[in-house]
Design a protein around this ligand. Sequence first.
Ligand SMILES: [Zn+2]
Ligand SMILES: [Zn+2]
Length: 67
Amino acid sequence: MAESRFAVCSMCRKVIPVGAVFYRCSVSTCNSGRLKLVFCSLACWDAHLPEARHRNAWAIEEKAQRQ
Ligand SMILES: [Zn+2]
Ligand SMILES: [Zn+2]
């Protein structure tokens, strides 16, 4: 069902369903603008770090809410 889809992981493109736990990057530029980054797992957020070159970042765990 399309309506149970919250977002797609920015790293591996896996669907994050509504109600699932997902991760955001703590860096504000990763959460603003047109493309908000969301990650299905800590491993995917980890993979984001080397290409984003953050000095100080952590993952924020959130629950996917219906928008
Ligand atoms: Zn992923
Ligand atoms: Zn980031």
